[in-house]
Design a protein around this ligand. Structure first.
Ligand code: ZN
Length: 418
C-alpha cells in the first residue's frame, strides 16, 4: 500500500511539473519540457501521453507551432495545455460592482461581463446568490455549461477569509463577514476561492515571469485602497485565513488620519485616493473617509494641481511617499525581498511620490538591507487583477485536479471545496 501511495505521489508531482513548465513557457517540444522540468525523456514520454489521454494536453497542429525546434527540416511536435480541458471564472468585487471573465484552460479570455451590483447597499445574505446569477448569465452567453468550469476565483478589495469563503471587511460593503463562496458553490456547483485583489496581482506576476517574481517579492497596490501581495519562495503567502500582508492597514502614525478600516494612521490613510484628496482639501484628519468610488478625473485633477505646484496637493503626495517609504522600510528589514513592485492607478503620480519615498527608505532602513531590493513600478492596467485571478485559479486546478486526472468527475469538485 505504502509503495502504491509513493508511486501516486511521484506521478502527481511529475504531472504538475510538466503543467507548470507549459504554463510558464507556453507550447513546448518534449525535449524542451525535459529541460524545464528536469524530468527524464522516458518520464516525459509517459507523463505527456497520460496527460494527452486525459484530454489535458494536446499536440499543437503543424503550422500553429511557436518557434519549434527543427529536426531534419521538420518541426518537432509541440505540446500545449488543451484549452477545453477545463474553464475558470474570475470575478473582481469592488465598490463599483462586479467584473467577470470566463477563461479557457490556457487562460485565454472567452467572455467578459460587468454588473453594477451596488455592493455597499447590498443585502449581505443575498449578495452571494446575486453574484451566482450574474456568473450563470455569463456562462449562458458564452454557451459554456457550469459543469465545464473547474473553479471560480474571487478577488476583493479589503480582507477576505479564504477558508470561510467570506469578505471579512471591505470598503465595498457596509457590513462585515459577507458570505460569497458558499452561496455560489450551492447554486452553481463550482468550487470557489476568494482572496484579496493585491494577492491576485501577485499571482499574475508569478504567472507572467516566474524567474523575476518567483523568489521573495512584494507587490503593493495603490489606488482606491492600499493592498499587498506577498510572494515567499515563489508562492503567494495567504496566511492561515487568507488575510495576510495587510500592508495598507499597518500603522504609520498612531492617532493619524482616519482610515476606511476604522483605525487611525494606517499607511492607506495617507496613500489611497481618498486619503490624498482629504489631505489636499485641507480637511481634518478626523474627517471620516469617503466610501464612494472616486472618479478617475478627480485624481487626474489632483495630480495636475500638484504638478502645477499647488502646495496642498504637493503636500498630499509628499505625505503619501513618506508613509509608503517608512512602511516599505519595515518590510525590507523583516523580509529583505529581492523585489518590490508598485502597481495600480496610484503609481501614475509616482514622480510626485518617489523623492519622499526614497528619503523615508534611506531614513528607515540601513543601506546594507536596502541596496539588495529592487523597487519597480509596473504599468497601471486594472486588468492585472482579473488576469491574476485567472492564473491563480488555473494553478489551483493544476494542483488539485489535473495532477490527479481529468476534470469532469463531480467528486473532484466536492473534494476541492472541502
Ligand atoms: Zn486601516
Amino acid at each position: 500500500m505504502r509503495e502504491k501511495a509513493d508511486t501516486d505521489l511521484v506521478r502527481r508531482q511529475n504531472r504538475l511539473l510538466l503543467l507548470e513548465a507549459l504554463r510558464q513557457h507556453g507550447p513546448l517540444a518534449r525535449v524542451e519540457m525535459g529541460r524545464h522540468s528536469g524530468l527524464s525523456p522516458a518520464s516525459i514520454t509517459s507523463i505527456s501521453s497520460q496527460l494527452i489521454a486525459d484530454g489535458i494536453l494536446q499536440e499543437v497542429p503543424d503550422g500553429q507551432q511557436h518557434a519549434a525546434p527543427m529536426r531534419r527540416g521538420r518541426p518537432i511536435t509541440q505540446l500545449d495545455i488543451n484549452p477545453r480541458a477545463a474553464h475558470v471564472v474570475a470575478v473582481k468585487i469592488s465598490i463599483d460592482g462586479i467584473e467577470m471573465a470566463l477563461a479557457d484552460g490556457r487562460g485565454g479570455i472567452l467572455a467578459r461581463g460587468t454588473s453594477r451590483i451596488s455592493t455597499y447597499g447590498a443585502e449581505p445574505q443575498a449578495f452571494g446568490a446575486r453574484v451566482a446569477e450574474e456568473i450563470a448569465a455569463l456562462l449562458a452567453r458564452a454557451r459554456v455549461p457550469a459543469k465545464r468550469v473547474a473553479r471560480i476565483g474571487f478577488a476583493v478589495q479589503g480582507v477576505a477569509d479564504s477558508k470561510a469563503g467570506t469578505v471579512v471587511w471591505s470598503p465595498a460593503f457596509r457590513t462585515r463577514n459577507i458570505p460569497v463562496s458558499a452561496a455560489v458553490q450551492d447554486r452553481l456547483g463550482i468550487a470557489c476561492s476568494i482572496g484579496n485583489d493585491a494577492n491576485m496581482i501577485a499571482e499574475g506576476l508569478i504567472g507572467s515571469d516566474r524567474a523575476r517574481y518567483g523568489g521573495t517579492a512584494a507587490v503593493v497596490f495603490m489606488g482606491y485602497g492600499v493592498g499587498m501581495g506577498l510572494i515567499l519562495n515563489g508562492q503567494v503567502y495567504h496566511g492561515p485565513t487568507g488575510a495576510a500582508a495587510e500592508f495598507g492597514h499597518m500603522n504609520h502614525r498612531p492617532g493619524g488620519p482616519m482610515c476606511r478600516c476604522g483605525r487611525r494612521g494606517c499607511v492607506e490613510a495617507y496613500v489611497a485616493d481618498y486619503s490624498l484628496l482629504r489631505w489636499a482639501s485641507g480637511a481634518a484628519e478626523t474627517q471620516a473617509p469617503s466610501f464612494n468610488a472616486i472618479p478617475e478625473q478627480e485624481m487626474l485633477a489632483l495630480e495636475q494641481a500638484a504638478r502645477a505646484g499647488d502646495p496642498r496637493a504637493k503636500g498630499a503626495y509628499a505625505a503619501a511617499g513618506e508613509a509608503l517609504g517608512f512602511g516599505l522600510a519595515r518590510l525590507i528589514a523583516i523580509l529583505t525581498p529581492s523585489r518590490i513592485v508598485l502597481a495600480g492607478p496610484g503609481t501614475r503620480a509616482m514622480e510626485l511620490i518617489a523623492p519622499h519615498l526614497r528619503k523615508a527608505l534611506e531614513e528607515g532602513v540601513v543601506d546594507e538591507l536596502r541596496r539588495n531590493v529592487e523597487i519597480e513600478t509596473v504599468p497601471i492596467g486594472m486588468d492585472m487583477i482579473i488576469k491574476g485571478t485567472i492564473d491563480g485559479a488555473l494553478r489551483h486546478v493544476d494542483r488539485e485536479i489535473f495532477a490527479h486526472g481529468p476534470f469532469g468527475r463531480r467528486a473532484r469538485v466536492a473534494e476541492s471545496i472541502a
